[in-house]
Design a protein around this ligand. Sequence first.
Ligand code: HAM
Length: 403
Amino acid sequence: MISSLRGMNDILSDDYERFTYFISTATKIAQRYGFHFIETPLLEETALFKRSVGESSDIVGKEMYQFIDKGENDVCLRPEGTAGVVRAFIQKKLDRAGGIHRFFYHGAMFRYERPQKGRLRQFHQFGVESFGVDSVYEDASMIMMVSDILKTLGIGYRLQLNSLGCNACMPPYRQKLIKFVKECVDNICEDCIRRVDTNPIRVLDCKNGSCQELYVGAPKLLHNLCSECSNDFDTLKKILENNGIEYEVNTNLVRGLDYYSKTAFEFVSDNIGSQSAIAGGGRYDRLVEFLDGRPTPAVGFAMGIERLMELIVMPERKKEGYYIGAMDDEALDLAVKIAHQKRNSDIVSIDYKTKNLKNHLKTADKENVKYCAVIGSNEMKDGTIWVKNLEDKTEQTLLLEDF
Ligand code: HAM
């Protein structure tokens, strides 16, 4: 038997209901915030991710599904959605058009990680990207949107916030941090030694406990922000407070992708084990320019659908639609015709096996429909159909034209 690849799951049955319920809820909320759907390819040039997510990130360094295609192009399956949306934004010349452009998307992402609970190799994200707004109110609006989605789905969360500074304050901070880390280089892990040269701020979220103990005394990014970044961060906190959104400031939150500046945030859940990040995002004002577009401020987030699925509180499933059954062979053709007409407006299931009323009712009950409608030779003669409302248990015989 051929099975699915490690870390790649099928989504069906109960999972599919949760999956589609999540997508429809998140879509509705993103649309209320003025976002429009965008779809980008699953396969892109590898260079796109190298230049955006960053060569020093784990995602690009270790986790890409990368290959040379039949045309000798170096391509890879997208590990995340932002880079493709930025590429599409520039390719459509929306950076030149100016104005505000807001997109949402959902789909499969691929990262060759070590699979474990909540960590897959093919997983699904729901994400949004906003272009053209440099106000920190847009950052707050992103956070409010995630909060709205999670609340609607009945999911509790902790929100962690940080600022990663800008071109003015990040480089001097980086130098201070490098100096600090080099002083304790004999006692840090191999990954951190490598990071000092490739991406020093990533040392701050090292998972190694003894490194973390050393970094307690490291200079803090939030204490080294320029006045603009610092004011923006204060404003962001104030907007969240005014809107009843609780947060924790986490000075070690650096995110695993290189394109961020200023606001960075992560939503975590304490109810799903070690892979606790359920959504993450932030501002990335330099990325459009970095991918050869006109400088355009941008901010966005993505949520991990599989991690959220087990947390969703599903609404009670209501009985819906019709079940149509025939009691004998002569009635079956008419039942099929009635079902076909009824599908213009309703969900209709039909059983092609002829059986008695009791058995039709049993099947209808299993299918969770609201009405069980059955037709036999008597009804055919009279031009009627027998209908039972499975909610209030009332029964009626209706003329076919009234049905
Ligand atoms: P990210 O933090 O890498 O950000 O991923 C966002 C979310 O995707 C995570 O919080 C997590 O829930 C889920 N996720 C990530 N990796 C896996 C995995 N291997 N298995 C299951 N779920 C996973 C981004 O991808 C950015 N593009 C977000 C963004 C959009 N920033 C600005 N705009």
